[in-house]
Design a protein around this ligand. Structure first.
Ligand SMILES: Nc1ncnc2c1ncn2[C@@H]1O[C@H](COP(=O)(O)OP(=O)(O)O)[C@@H](O)[C@H]1O
Ligand SMILES: [Mg+2]
Length: 402
């Protein structure tokens, strides 16, 4: 069951935004509206996020990711469309009700997580609870637990400036976890970190998510990060979502030329898994092994297979077994039951084929697509968050004063 649903969300900045939405509904694009002096930041975005899922929104800078995220927690009011969390329509709530939902159910982690310099790490981690009015003793207990989850046990009494950038970002994550909010919204949360620390944080988030099972929307402009973290990935371009799918869907079935060129430099052997490309076991049965035996049954196939791997095994690990035998590699599920086979031809075909765009179901066809000038690369970290006056969260204020 999906916990978060956004339907036909629009956000237009500038004069007469409702008129602009009507034009967009009629097929106008961003450039046409820009001539009128309005910015269509998000155009007709619909997403659904399940409990326990990491939903990644990926796109180049300016594609509308942050604006979309800010509508999900009500920081920005949509020009049109609805956002529901646990069935509750956030767009219909009063400011007061919204603040309550936001403080209890939703946590946000920004790119530059600004800590309060004159509060200890523990106090910083407990800040969200303080806003909720949780008494001190409970606040400190829960903040300490959250710090331990993010690997910061022992640092509770330190000051923020005694921590490295990566550790400060962990405090931000701990602050979000301490509130017990079920919905985590993460905007480029790891983008300002050095590559090694960043990978570490990604691992930590994946590990935490196994037990915490939050509903997470994670924004990034980094394709590899998206592929690593995302159970589902939405690719945004010029305010629109141009494709939603798993990493495999996007790599194997890009919805259009834009997505295809976006993904061309991804190392497919590390992103694609045995489970995603395997053939049915039936296709192997009846074939002949190198020693002349017929592989008549699933058991005979398993015995002759050069290796047995789990569904999550990246294709990179299948090269050696595939080159060792003409019998396909066996693929099993979590319980060890045989679920498929990867023949060497299939491996080579999947890795060799350059992804051709295919229309994906449920995604509107895009008008004549331009190819991005360059693949997304890490940008110089900077606080690129445009903020509507008067709707700042405490974090934003701290950033401004930091
Ligand atoms: N408060 C605002 N006022 C006017 N334009 C804005 C505002 N916030 C964002 N935009 C514009 O909307 C577009 C999408 O911005 P944003 O959502 O920040 O993209 P991303 O997070 O993908 O970099 C950009 O063209 C940006 O300049
Ligand atoms: Mg942004």
């Amino acid at each position: 069951m999906s916990r978060l649903q956004a339907e036909h969300l629009y956000k237009v900045f500038g004069r007469r935004p409702e008129d602009a939405v009507r034009k967009l509904e009629a097929g106008a694009d961003r450039d046409e509206l820009r001539a009128d002096g309005t910015t269509a930041a998000v155009i007709d975005a619909s997403i659904e996020v399940d409990e326990g899922q990491i939903f990644v929104v990926m796109g180049l800078s300016g594609s509308g990711k942050s604006t979309l995220l800010r509508m999900l927690n009500g920081l920005l009011e949509p020009t049109a469309g609805t956002v529901r969390f646990d069935g509750q329509d956030l767009t219909s709530l009063s400011d007061k009700e919204l603040r309550k939902v936001r403080s209890e159910k939703i946590s946000m982690v920004f790119q530059h997580f600004a800590l309060f310099p004159h509060r200890s790490v523990l106090e910083n981690a407990g800040y969200g609870l303080e806003v909720q009015g949780v008494p001190r003793a409970e606040r400190e207990r829960r903040a300490a637990e959250a710090l331990a989850l993010t690997g910061l046990e022992g640092w509770e009494k330190s000051w923020p400036d005694e921590l490295s950038g990566g550790m400060q970002q962990r405090v931000g994550l701990a602050r979000a976890l301490a509130t017990d909010a079920d919905l985590l919204l993460m905007d480029e949360s790891f983008s300002a970190l050095d590559p090694l620390i960043r990978r570490d944080m990604q691992d930590q988030l994946l590990e935490l998510q196994k037990s915490l099972k939050k509903t997470i929307v994670f924004i990034t402009h980094d394709l590899n990060e998206a592929m690593r973290l995302g159970d589902r990935i939405a690719v945004m371009r010029d305010g629109r979502i141009v494709q939603i799918g798993s990493a495999e869907d996007i790599l194997v079935r890009p919805a259009n030329d834009y997505v295809a060129s976006f993904i061309q430099d991804v190392d497919r052997s590390r992103v694609l898994t045995a489970g995603a490309v395997m053939s049915e076991v039936g296709t192997v049965l009846g074939t002949t092994a190198p020693d002349g035996r017929t592989l008549g049954t699933a058991a005979e196939f398993r015995a002759a297979a050069p290796a047995t791997v789990g569904q999550d095994t990246p294709l990179a690990e299948l090269f050696t077994p595939c080159s060792a035998s003409t019998v396909p590699v066996a693929v099993t599920d979590d319980k060890g039951a045989l679920v498929g086979a990867v023949p060497a031809e299939r491996l080579l075909a999947v890795l060799g084929e350059s992804a051709e765009p295919q229309p994906a179901p449920g995604v509107p066809a895009q008008p004549a697509v331009k190819t991005p000038a360059k693949a997304p690369v890490d940008e110089t970290p900077g606080n690129d968050e445009p903020v509507e006056p008067g709707r700042n969260e405490p974090e934003d204020k701290v950033i401004a004063g930091a």
